[in-house]
Design a protein around this ligand. Structure first.
Ligand code: ATP
Length: 837
């Protein structure tokens, strides 16, 4: 963070002399007026009193000026403490006179923004920053955001103009806005949002309210020929007026409910002429924006077959196309009878996320990021209730497809016959001319020959136009799957939902353009403070390796054995036993996670608890989970990684992780998500617990730190526990004697050499898969990549691929002649068999 130093205070003092430091020198909390007031030195409509001084300052903090050392502040003895050999020392930036009441610092080189979360204006600044920048880290006092081309693309997509962004940032900033930042925003945002892809009457139109931009596109050698001749139109843009998102305080049903309440309690009755005040300067900007929508809109039609070519070309020439659906003027597609049930009221953050989607009266495609258990399903359902057209929902597993259908029936008034599920076991359609289909990614992206009824169902899905496509858990699905989905199924608007948009393998950028920009990302800590998700105490328990195990760990070169040794460390098993005992006695229900199936089975058996892993039959899984939920005697269940997602156990209040997937931040977050929805979260003083057990002085410590990065950025802090008080006095503690530990060591060595199952060999990621031969033929699998990817060394959490990919990864790029021959031979045998049939 840029430190406040001598030079800065000199500026404040100087300004105070000129009578302009009132905000800085007046005690008491700042108000929004502090920022809006005309004595804002950065505001464009202020008196030009300090212009010269500011200009000088601006000159000094442009990137070029920074590189020109003569214009840079002196590097002093302390500068080297500010990173990169003093390059991150920004104390040369002059502070605005009232900088104390302004909440943000901006790094002129990298576009990083530091927010003082303790500032009186932090709430307003956060609302704005979440729209224009990517949140990187949001712990208690200081938040870090980054301005990126994608974040600016997202900002433009919700209706902000580059000048709005510059002005508002400047208002919040403690220093005048660096020129490098101003030009970055202008250059990124000026072309973004200019071009839209709109479907009208099932025809694709390229639309812009800037005729010059459209001319430029038409002259482009790639885009020009894609235009359908004689289709150019000029219309006026629709206004936001009249659009009400159901379930919000504006929705008619809710207003009536409030009125009824008001009649009962006079205090609760809102003033008839009371006008909602804009929450902050940013809101005021957005309100103004709505007026601008009345401009003329120019458009030309393109062929369906050229959509991707045009999309790609627009991206290449820096005019990414926003997808918008003017659903209120779509008379061609039948309206769906659907609304939220009168009692359903969406929460403020759900409303905020949806207002980003429907900000200008149309449905914008994009991604909404909410923590696990925060109610993404209801956000999707409300979007469907707003658009009221045919909807297709894509989920990661059969179980969640059925859950989605249940949730639709629970929260909305959709007729049960109008919502159907398309999975391997169910191929229903809706009887009317519109409705909802819930399906899974593998069902619609499967290649190869399909069964007759599946093919018929696919023809049904691809042969019609959908109003909305809801994409659940977008982070796990590779870009090529999305490409396939959006090619085969035509939908006007796409809404991606996820809790952890973690994917630094570049595929995240593909999502940005294949689905749309990130429209909203909620703050985990805020939601937990408000009681929407559980408060969690996180701890990392350091378990010293026992002497026998550590000797072997240091001696062996076998990575597999090393891993088994730190996972099966007897001290870790003892810690697990102690924690289970402690929390069971407190009345908690506990999930113990272990990726390592060998450890899962052995530890669960050693501690006499139930377990579920990939090879557990479906009926047994259901039994175990049923007992866990309803049987007071079953307080603990051991789960392999198949329980990371798709698992709704609101009874669980404590998690213990004994082995995990290397440095996977996403797995850590998903696992934490299992207790965020704890039923008891609203109880007074309730806390859920998340323990990660790591063997001290082993590679596991490194992975553990890496895994926690995402949660730490969300504001969680991990306490380190080096000793569990009272553990050594525990009766029946396992592996207490050296003899027991030596025996365990021998067993681990022998089993590792004999290659007993170490990882969960089951290919399914669906906890509720159908056991049997057919399972192998369908579905995506969660599988490992190269070792570097696995270790999280490339910041990759999981790759979700089709089954053959794992083998392919292990192979060298070119397939050897031998394997090619075997492949050909197999194919020949298959063909022969088919002919004989
Ligand atoms: N507005 C609301 N009012 C009441 N309950 C709600 C609301 N929104 C969500 N919930 C409840 O919160 C719980 C979690 O919702 P949901 O399953 O949609 O979470 P999620 O974000 O999809 O979680 P995950 O990422 O773990 O799948 C559900 O029990 C749901 O009924």
């Amino acid at each position: 963070m840029p430190p406040k130093k001598r030079k800065a205070s000199a500026n404040v003092a100087g300004a105070a002399k000129s009578g302009r430091a009132s905000a800085a020198s007046t005690p008491g909390p700042a108000t929004p007026r502090d920022i809006d007031s005309s004595d804002d030195p950065g505001s464009p409509d202020e008196p030009a009193e300090d212009e010269e001084q500011i200009q000088k300052a601006v000159d000094r903090f442009s990137l070029a000026a920074y590189q020109d050392k003569s214009k840079r502040g002196p590097i002093d003895a302390a500068s080297r403490y500010f990173g990169d050999n003093g390059k991150r020392d920004f104390s040369y930036l002059p502070l605005k006179p009232d900088s104390k009441s302004r909440p943000i610092w901006i790094d002129p080189q990298r576009g990083r923004i530091i927010l003082e979360n303790f500032s009186a204006l932090a709430e307003q600044a956060k609302d704005f920053l979440i729209t224009v920048a990517e949140p990187l880290s949001r712990p208690t006092f200081l938040h870090e955001y980054s301005l990126t081309p994608h974040s600016l693309y997202a900002a433009v997509s919700v209706g902000l103009q580059p000048q709005d962004i510059v002005n508002t940032l400047d208002r919040f900033s403690k220093t005048p806005l660096p020129e490098s930042i101003v030009s970055f925003i202008r250059s990124c945002a000026s072309s973004y949002g200019k071009v839209k892809l709109v479907i009208k009457d099932t025809k694709y139109f390229v639309e812009s309210n800037d005729a010059e931009v459209l001319q430029k596109l038409l002259k482009d050698p790639v885009i020009g020929p894609c235009r359908v001749q004689g289709t150019d139109t000029v219309t006026s843009a629709p206004s936001m007026g009249g659009l009400v998102i159901p379930g919000t305080s504006n929705a008619a049903g809710v207003q009536q409910a409030q009125l009824r309440q008001g009649q009962q309690s006079e205090n609760a009755q809102p003033e008839a002429d009371e006008k909602p005040q804009p929450e902050n300067p940013f809101d005021a900007l957005r309100e103004d924006d709505d007026d601008d929508n009345q401009e003329a809109v120019h458009a030309f039609e393109i062929l369906d077959t050229s959509v991707e070519i045009v999309q790609k070309r627009c991206l290449d020439i820096q005019y990414p196309m926003l997808e918008e659906y003017d659903f209120r003027n779509d008379d061609r597609n039948a309206n769906l009878e659907i609304d939220l049930r009168p009692a359903t009221q969406i929460r403020s953050y759900q409303e905020k996320s949806l207002s980003k989607m429907f900000g200008n009266g149309r449905a914008k495609s994009g991604i909404i990021v909410l923590p696990c258990g925060a109610g993404k399903t209801l956000v999707g359902i409300t979007a469907a209730c707003t658009i009221k057209k045919g909807t297709i929902v894509l989920c990661t597993s059969t179980m969640s497809a059925h859950q989605w259908r249940q949730e639709f029936l629970k929260w909305s008034n959709i007729g049960p016959q109008d919502i159907a599920v398309f999975t391997a076991d169910s191929k229903q359609k809706f009887p009317g001319n519109t409705g909802i289909i819930v399906t899974t990614y593998p069902m619609v992206t499967q290649s190869g020959k399909r069964a007759y009824d599946s093919q018929k169902m696919m023809d049904f899905l691809t042969g019609r136009e959908w109003g909305l496509m809801l994409l659940d858990e977008v982070h796990v699905v590779p870009a090529n799957i999305f490409r396939k989905v959006s090619h085969s199924i035509k939908s006007h608007a796409k809404l991606g939902l996820t809790a952890t948009l973690l994917r630094e393998d570049d595929k995240i950028q593909d999502l940005n353009f294949l689905i749309g920009p990130k429209l909203y990302e909620a703050n985990w800590m805020e939601l937990s403070e408000q009681g929407h998700i559980a408060k969690v105490q996180c701890a990392e328990v350091w378990c010293p390796m026992t002497t026998e195990f550590y000797d072997e760990y240091l001696r062996t070169k076998d990575r597999g054995l090393k891993q088994n040794l730190y996972v099966m460390n007897p001290a870790k098993i003892q810690a697990c036993q102690f924690l289970i005992d402690y929390h069971e006695n407190r009345g908690d229900k506990i999930i113990v996670f272990s990726d390592n199936v060998y450890a899962l089975i052995h530890v669960a058996k050693a501690l006499g608890r139930l377990f579920i892993c990939g090879s557990t039959p479906n009926s047994e899984r259901m039994d175990v989970l049923d007992n866990f939920m309803h049987n007071p005697l079953v307080k603990t269940v051991f789960l392999s990684k198949i329980g990371d997602t798709s698992l709704d156990l609101p009874e669980a209040t404590c998690l213990i992780q004994i082995s995990s997937h290397y440095g996977s931040r996403r797995q850590e977050a998903q696992r934490l998500g299992r207790i965020l929805r704890a039923k008891r979260r609203s109880d007074e003083g309730f806390n859920a617990f998340f323990y990660s057990l790591v063997s001290k002085d082993t590679a596991e410590m490194y992975y553990s730190t890496k895994r926690q990065a995402f949660l730490v950025d969300q504001g969680y802090s991990f306490k380190v526990i080096t000793q569990l008080a009272g553990m050594d006095k525990m009766e029946n503690l396992t592996f207490k004697t050296p003899k027991d530990r030596r025996e365990l060591l021998q067993k681990v060595i022998v089993d590792t050499e004999a290659k007993r199952p170490l990882e969960d060999g089951d290919p399914t990621d669906d906890l509720f898969y159908t056991a049997g031969g057919r399972r192998k033929k369908r579905g995506v699998r969660r599988t490992a990549g190269t070792l570097g990817e696995l270790s999280g060394g490339q910041d990759m959490a999981y790759i979700e691929q089709r089954k053959g990919a794992n083998k392919a990864l292990k192979k060298k790029p070119g397939k050897s002649a031998f394997f090619k021959k075997i492949g050909r031979e197999k194919q020949r045998m298959k063909d022969l068999a088919t002919q004989e049939e």
